[in-house]
Design a protein around this ligand. Structure first.
Ligand code: OFO
Length: 172
């Protein structure tokens, strides 16, 4: 059984994951409209992943005798100055999510809720991966700068990344 404070903390993470999904969906749409097909499919994929992260939390809360809260969401940014800004925002957002997961882990230890602590380890590992990926992509984006040919290749490569990550997804 979840304590009230753990339930509330997990519910606020549900909202964060849902908002992440919306934020990445808005990025996917922006990229699609700009003709960046690879970036767009990568971001659609990220948006789906965040929805999966949200659902995993929803199920966990309900299974442990709580009640998952499906709430109103903050509207995401829908326009970006450049694709570089989009990837800066992606990294910034993933860092924010990691901090929030860390805080949740801290609360679960304080409450001696080892089941929740154990459950959260999946998110800890996932955040390490997602932050690392966002950093790698941003480094590439910075390297490309204003080079149009570089952007063309980048857009093609990032689509490849989407395909290979889909092949690896264990159906989390
Ligand atoms: Fe990448 O945010 Fe979910 O966990």
């Amino acid at each position: 059984m979840l304590s009230k404070s753990i339930e509330a903390a997990l519910n606020s993470q549900i909202k964060i994951e849902a908002e992440s999904s919306q934020a990445y969906l808005a990025m996917a749409v922006w990229a699609e409209v700009k003709g960046l097909e690879g970036v767009s499919s990568f971001m659609y994929d990220q948006s789906n992943e965040e929805r999966e992260h949200m659902l995993k939390l929803v199920k966990f809360v309900n299974e442990r005798g709580g009640h998952a809260h499906i709430s109103e969401l903050k509207a995401p940014s829908v326009t970006f100055k450049s694709y570089k800004e989009l990837f800066e925002k992606l990294l910034e957002h993933e860092i924010f999510v990691s901090e929030s997961i860390n805080e949740l882990v801290h609360i679960s230890l304080q409450e001696k809720d080892y089941a929740t602590h154990n459950f959260l380890q999946w998110y800890v590992a996932e955040q390490i991966e997602e932050e690392a990926m966002a950093r790698t992509i941003l480094d590439k984006v910075k390297m490309i700068g204003d080079d149009k040919g570089g952007l063309y290749l980048f857009d093609r490569d990032i689509q490849q990344l989407t395909i290979s990550s889909a092949a690896e997804t264990p159906g989390a």
